[in-house]
Design a protein around this ligand. Structure first.
Ligand SMILES: NC(=O)c1ccc[n+]([C@@H]2O[C@H](COP(=O)([O-])OP(=O)(O)OC[C@H]3O[C@@H](n4cnc5c(N)ncnc54)[C@H](OP(=O)(O)O)[C@@H]3O)[C@@H](O)[C@H]2O)c1
Length: 498
């Protein structure tokens, strides 16, 4: 095989310095990237090869953990970097890209290429066409496309058509970094490598499921982007729904890319279509307002003063199949929450008859299984135990496991894992074109409804709180409360600012 070259579009941007370069460096350090390879950065900003290497070296020092920094390895790594000033929107800049790749690879038709699209999403449809114009869509080339892949069903379909006209589906890697996380993958091991859960994992034993992915930060410097996107497009349509799929999917017959992704698709296709009543009553939109130490969303840079973009969303979803009929999936995501956490909580049904009391009275709580994706990766099974001493009071205790207990094996970086998979040609953990469309097919009516009904309620919530109180009402209908993630695992208080 020819020399490997990875071309990054958007190489002067935030994602490249914060995520891609640290991930590539870690692959290099672990000798997953070795031999004679190059990483060719491209963007409109002018750098020389040396200037770019110096810039990335500085950024690595900022974004790598101290224990990952090794002066010599970092210097060796940036020795593989090259740079070409290029405006990715301009077709006439691509012959220079081809020429540079021919020089780097020492062959007239470089083929062992990986393109990474880390530009603004408006360029995702343009770059592949320009690559095709200069014949860089070769049989072994692969392309990783960042999120968001489209902003509704129609735009996602258009993008898929463009990619389909340039590459084969096996060459297109739509990245969702949630799936690169160890604990997201561990959900599959937990479900499909442990016989104990299999008989229970259905409507007969599961009462409801919660999926939470919240952050304690605002929108940082991304106001311009976020104000045209909102939480539904930014988090729900891709990340949250992936977690729903991991929780709800049927076991694939074998663990390979097609079987796994077929099962994900089936979950998306089984989501119960939302009725007008659902759109009104089972979706709660929120936007953070100023609190003592934090700005309100409308005061953020790049955000319209009268913006009605949602920074919080909670939804009740149904899955219309035999396994899940009647089991609600409550999902929520938000900015400026009390903590940063992503977790799935599976709530089992209460025992049919209770003869014991919980401490302080009432029935002991039902069992639940918490699968913590980040931080403090792990899982907890909550079970009732008798309190020592006289009487018979039952208390919920946690059987917990955290990833730290696996003997110091670091849980790898999601981007490193996914880039490595792509280099190895394994698309399992990337989203397939039909799944992106199925997800947009489900959520686009929500966006359409909001557009047609601009007065749809948007509730304020003070920055640093758990979102609008109206989302509590949605849970109360089920006789439940949202789980407070700060109380789920030991050692999590440090992440909570309650
Ligand atoms: N940052 C993150 O943590 C993150 C996370 C997930 C997904 N993403 C996605 O990754 C992509 C990149 O994000 P980012 O945060 O790195 O964005 P960014 O910092 O705004 O910049 C991306 C790059 O695109 C180039 N660029 C900007 N405007 C351009 C234009 N009009 N025409 C041509 N090139 C342009 C910039 O370089 P020049 O100005 O030098 O050309 C820069 O290198 C986005 O699509 C984003 O949605 C980012």
């Amino acid at each position: 095989m020819d020399k490997f070259v990875m071309v990054i579009f958007g190489a002067s941007g935030d994602l490249t310095k914060r995520k891609l370069m640290p991930a590539l460096y870690s692959l290099f350090r672990e000798k997953r990237l070795k031999g004679d390879f190059n990483i060719l950065g491209t963007a409109r900003t002018e750098y020389s090869d040396e200037g770019y290497a110096t810039y990335i070296l500085q950024e690595l020092k900022e974004f790598l953990k101290a224990e990952e920094q090794d002066e010599r390895t970092m210097t060796d790594f940036v020795g593989h970097l090259r740079y070409l000033p290029l405006d990715p929107s301009q077709e006439d800049h691509y012959p220079a890209l081809k020429k540079r790749l021919v020089e780097l690879c020492g062959t007239e038709q470089p083929d062992n290429l990986l393109f990474y699209l880390a530009t603004p999403p408006s360029l995702y449809g343009v770059v592949p066409l320009h690559l095709k114009a200069v014949g860089l869509n070769t049989p072994h080339a692969r392309i990783i496309v960042e999120k968001p892949f489209g902003y509704d069903l129609e735009s996602a379909q258009k993008l898929n058509q463009i990619y389909g006209s340039v590459f084969e589906e096996r060459q297109v890697y739509r990245i969702d970094h949630f799936l690169g996380k160890e604990t997201a993958q561990n959900m599959l091991a937990l479900r499909f490598a442990n016989g104990v859960f299999e008989p229970l994992w259905n409507r007969n034993y599961i009462d409801y499921v919660e999926v939470t992915a919240v952050e304690n930060l605002g929108i940082e410097q991304r106001g311009g982007y976020y104000d045209t996107s909102g939480a539904l497009r930014d988090m729900v349509q891709n990340h949250l729904i992936q977690l729903v799929a991991l929780t709800a999917m049927e076991p694939p017959a074998v663990f390979n890319a097609d079987s796994f992704r077929n099962e994900v698709l089936k979950v998306y296709e089984s989501l119960t279509p939302l009725t007008e009543e659902d759109l009104n009553e089972h979706i709660v939109r929120g936007q953070y307002t100023a609190s003592e130490h934090r700005k309100g969303y409308r005061e953020e840079k790049g955000v319209a003063a009268d913006s009605r973009t949602e920074t919080y969303i909670a939804m009740k979803l149904g899955i219309s199949n035999w396994r899940w009929a009647g089991v609600p999936f409550y999902i929520r995501t938000g900015k400026q929450m009390p903590t940063k956490v992503t977790e799935v909580v599976v709530h089992f049904r209460q025992t049919p008859h209770q003869m014991f009391h919980a401490i302080g009275g009432g029935e002991p709580g039902a069992n639940s299984l918490v699968i913590r994706i980040q931080p403090n990766e792990g899982s907890v099974l909550k079970i009732g135990m008798k309190m020592p001493g006289a009487g018979f009071e039952v208390k919920q205790v946690s059987l917990d496991f955290t990833y730290d207990q696996l003997g110091g094996v670091p849980s790898g970086d999601a981007y490193a894992r996914l880039i490595d998979d792509c280099i190895q040609g394994d698309p399992t953990l990337f989203t397939r074109g039909d799944a992106v469309e199925a997800s947009w097919r489900f959520f686009t009516p929500v966006l359409k409804y909001w557009k047609e009904h601009p007065d749809t309620a948007l509730y304020g919530y003070p920055a640093g709180t758990w979102g609008p109180k109206e989302s509590e009402a949605m849970m109360h209908e089920h006789g439940a409360e949202w789980t407070n993630p700060c109380k789920n695992l030991t050692n999590t208080d440090q992440y909570c600012e309650l």
